[in-house]
Design a protein around this ligand. Structure first.
Ligand SMILES: C[S@@+](CC[C@H](N)C(=O)[O-])C[C@H]1O[C@@H](n2cnc3c(N)ncnc32)[C@H](O)[C@@H]1O
Length: 317
């Protein structure tokens, strides 16, 4: 059992936006070690039930040793399986839903989970260790074009082609199954000048890309967004913390689209689509961490929170 600690990001903003006053039900769909839920429970005394979802059984089990409360119902599942979790618990609607995406330090810092290029360990990267596909499988089996696409689309890696070539050369002679082995292959494939100029480790982007691909993180956000609104009680809040632009773009477009209502082209004299706004955006711009927070928790630097509120029937303008 590992004992790595996770510092929750943007806690004050989560407390402010996660729920309407007098809320009774909260779904923390990326529960981790429960840091956000702990703060929410302290500020919303009327809460009766928290659905605590995480796709990682290990972190969910460990979380009860860190902090527990009899209102918390832990369920190992993906966030997009929230409707099934509600059914299982007999909860028809939720007052506030939170998603705090990405991995926890508990996972990142455990070498055995294989998320970090700076910690030698098996090349794994699965949040749900019952899932079959690992990073090792992708690195050793995908064709060149597929590797390049992952590195480019999910990591915005400039040297995707060179890195894919280096991986393919290496795997012809021996399997690539360690994080440090892959990090060294990437570092050698990146031109020396770029390595010198960059302020991040040359393997950072490829590791991010592989993690997103192994866990199908963007598909999972889309699946979650497609059910989220129907799980909310009218007047309920949906809040999402993302850590890179690929995630944030999905969240921003989703909320803006629901807030806009009418989809008719601007040249139409009258609306013919009849689409009404379904949410009010609570955070006009994404909320970022203050300097004081990023100083003590560098992970908070890329975190941003967006939040919206589902309209009550008849309230939408
Ligand atoms: C950044 S941590 C959450 C930390 C938590 N908010 C806290 O304050 O302690 C993200 C957690 O969400 C889980 N996770 C990420 N994506 C998920 C998804 N789509 N469904 C369920 N769990 C997910 C990860 O396994 C990880 O434990």
């Amino acid at each position: 059992m590992n004992h790595f600690h996770h510092i929750s990001v943007l806690v004050d903003a989560v407390v402010k936006y996660a729920l309407p006053e007098n809320a009774q039900t909260f779904a923390d769909c990326t529960f981790g070690l429960g840091g956000h839920t702990k703060a929410v429970l302290e500020h919303y005394p009327h809460l009766q039930t928290v659905i605590a979802i995480d796709r990682d059984r290990q972190i969910l089990n460990h979380s009860s040793e860190v902090f527990d409360d009899n209102r918390i119902k832990r369920i190992q599942a993906r966030a997009s399986e929230l409707p099934e979790a509600m059914l299982q618990l007999g909860i028809p609607a939720i007052d506030g839903i939170l998603l705090d995406l990405g991995v926890s330090s508990y996972q990142l810092e455990d070498p055995e989970r294989g998320f970090s290029f700076s910690r030698p360990g098996p090349l794994d990267m699965r949040m749900d260790t019952e899932q079959k596909t690992t990073a090792e499988y992708l690195v050793n089996n995908l064709e060149r074009d597929k590797l390049i696409k992952i590195f480019r689309d999910y990591g915005e890696e400039k040297f995707s082609g060179r890195i894919a070539d280096a991986i393919i050369r290496k795997r012809e002679s021996e399997p690539i199954n360690r994080t440090d082995q892959l990090a060294a292959i990437i570092a050698q494939a990146v031109p020396a000048a770029s390595r010198r100029e960059s302020h991040i480790h040359p393997a950072t982007r490829v590791f991010q890309a592989l993690r997103i691909s192994v866990n199908k993180e963007l598909e999972e956000i889309e699946a979650f967004l497609s059910v989220a609104l129907s799980c909310l009680r009218p007047g309920g809040h949906l809040s999402i913390i993302s850590f890179h632009s690929l995630e944030d773009r999905l969240v921003k477009n989703f909320m803006q689209n629901l807030a806009r209502g009418c989809d008719c082209p601007p040249k139409f004299p009258v609306c013919i689509c009849g689409k009404k706004p379904q949410v009010e955006i609570l955070t006009r711009k994404a909320i970022f961490a203050e300097d004081s927070e990023t100083k003590s928790n560098p992970r908070a630097r890329s975190a941003r929170l967006r939040s919206c509120r589902k309209y009550i029937a008849g309230e939408e303008r």
